[in-house]
Design a protein around this ligand. Sequence first.
Ligand code: ACO
Length: 311
Amino acid sequence: EDPALVEAFEARVAADEFIEPKDWMPEAYRKTLVRQISQHAHSEIVGMLPEGNWITRAPSLRRKAILLAKVQDEGGHGLYLYCAAETLGTSREEMVEALHSGKAKYSTIFNYPTLTWADIGAIGWLVDGAAIMNQVPLQRTSYGPYARAMVRVCKEESFHQRQGYEIMIALANGTDAQKRMAQDALNRWWWPSLMMFGPPDDNSPNTARSMRWRIKRETNDELRQKFVDITVPQAEYLGLTVPDPALSWNEVKGGYDFGEIDWEEFYAVVRGEGPVAKERMKARREAWDNGAWVRDAAAAHEAKRAAKAAA
Ligand code: ACO
């Protein structure tokens, strides 16, 4: 690559300019973005499954309507993230194929099962809360289409977080059985939510370069710390206990100290060994196969239209 072009690119990024699809960019920058944006898109799409599982069992019409809207939002997020990745020269088919063949990653969090209705509350509160923490800084990521996609995604995520926390409030103020259900959901979702932010900074191969290129604006550990600091008081308000005996307020750092994450578990889930990883991929492949007739019909319609236009 031409050193003058690289230097000019680095200077633009350092000056907080957005890089746009037709601008020159180093190949490694393009590759990093395709990797991160496509993983992000896959996470949104696979992320529809754990909650989709509860749409037919939502406890009221109101809850059902809200959940339906939220799951549809996630489908939308996935679609415009795929579009953002396509501006970098990769096709949607390639990305989907990479997901279905197990080559592409998606967030570890979606490989855990949703066992009770309280899990829907915990996912909105914790998982969408963690997603917002990670995505708000991405509104200033250096690649324009990704940054702009994040603006709308963050607005919708904020609604998702609130609907989840509201479910938790209802359960935490409910019967003893409901409180137990809320506590059990927190116990199971807490640690996997902290894992969403990725490996610790000193074990994160991509962070240093992605920070320099301003793809990432904050590191994995910085975001994880912020998430803990914001979420612990929310658990206290609910009267629930965060399942971490090492959790304690550290006056000097002005944040919470917390226990060691089980990184063995994290890496196992990244490798595709999560509790319901096989079911998730099976559901995605089936959805793709069952939708083949829609793609075929759309392509046939487009071919007819083009033939008419040419005639
Ligand atoms: N789940 C699965 N894989 C992960 C996770 C995770 N929670 N965290 C890190 N990894 C992977 C990385 O993708 C990377 O793999 P790769 O190099 O083979 O692609 C590897 O572990 C090492 O991690 P890092 O060097 O820290 O990778 P990176 O700089 O990409 O940081 C992060 C990971 C923080 C997830 C980043 O990619 C990011 O901010 N992505 C955008 C947000 C996102 O994808 N959110 C999805 C969940 S939120 C939602 O969908 C509602």
